[in-house]
Ligand binder design. Sequence first.
Ligand code: HEM
Length: 417
Amino acid sequence: MTASPEPGRLLNPLDPAFAAHPYPAYAVAREAAAAFRQPGDHLTYLTRYADVHAAFRDRRLGSTFLHRYTAEELGLDPGIPVWRDPRWTDFQAFERWELLNLEPPIHTRLRRLVLEAFTPRAVDALRGGIEARAAELLAPGRERGSIDLVDYGQAFSLGIICDLIGVAPGDRDTIKRLSDDTVSMYEPGVSEAQQAVANRATGDFRRYLLDVVRHRRAHPGADLTTALITATIDGVRLDDDQVVSTAMVLLMAGHEATVNATANGVAALAAHPEAWRRIREGAVTARQAIEEILRWDPPLQWFERWVLEEGVQLGGAPVAKGSRVALVIGAANRDPRRFPDPDRFDVARDDTGHITFGGGIHFCIGAPLARMELEVTLGELAGSEDALEIVSTPVRRPTFQFRGFQRLEVALHGRRA
Ligand code: HEM
């Protein structure tokens, strides 16, 4: 492919071929221009590492604008973005207190409360339980001779975050369904019908968690919901809507990306037997390898920001106040200006500088937990599998922003004697 004068045309999230394998198109677009737009779209794309890294930290950009302007003040097209559609009242009620959608000072205070539960030390205390859970969930596959890593990952990551929040084990399937339907609102090009489904699911999700909150008020437990109910910000207790939105974003963010990262990682390792051999032999630790997995094929490909001020230049190009910017993590992680030989999957790269967990004030709260989950799963597999072998054709998810697999069946030969 040669460099295109319109690099934006190369990045079409609705094109299944692009979504299946976006990296070659990113490479061409990234070299063609530092900042570019899709014809007819108001989104400016940033694909170079330095620009994406800076944009995550740029306070002239916001994940919301509502702390400073109304939509009218910003001169927004009323149809954009879809989730601000006034018909989707349940979705808006959720987003009103969703961490990713808040800005300081309330964001700082709410985030601080949640962070306490996810510090590396707090997560380290969970390690024994997480290892036991991985072994238990892999056991039936070891009996059978193979396992779908997506099924495994869902049971694993969803179980962990549900237990932390205080969701009853019998309700995990309900949470999974509600979460899948809710996050579909964020996919590019989501249809009107799907938006209605997402809004309904958000309402059901909120009502479910309101019940959990009421129950925990009467019967406190050792879970995060109880901690949020009893916590105060400047001497004031969180209200139900704040607790519910916080629990909801944790339940969704707390499994979706980790499941996809697990499957993306195992697929990458299966395609690179030499890398797997080095992990098996202990030349590279699982902890090192997961950083390369996260860099090479991130489960969340991009995030967006609003431009909140006049006169902003990004990647050398002016971007209008009220427009949006796409921070393309998947492209930034493969920028040769930052990572030598970036398309090479090198588990010994030993570089944690990828942008897979974002940056700045919204940097992923769950990064220590996600890292531990990935490390534990890889460690379990490395303890028993001489080779990672995919036994049936892997099926990629059709979604682009959430990059993962629908199904990834891997042979399990069992622990060696
Ligand atoms: C491999 C797995 C994961 C990846 C790649 C990932 C990625 C990210 C990214 C890129 C952001 C920043 C988004 C932005 O700036 O707009 C983010 C934020 C967030 N993540 Fe994760 N995440 C993962 C796992 C988790 C887990 C396990 C949890 C919860 C236990 C979690 C909870 C959150 C929360 C609450 C935020 C919002 C933080 C804030 O706004 O202050 N994530 N994540």
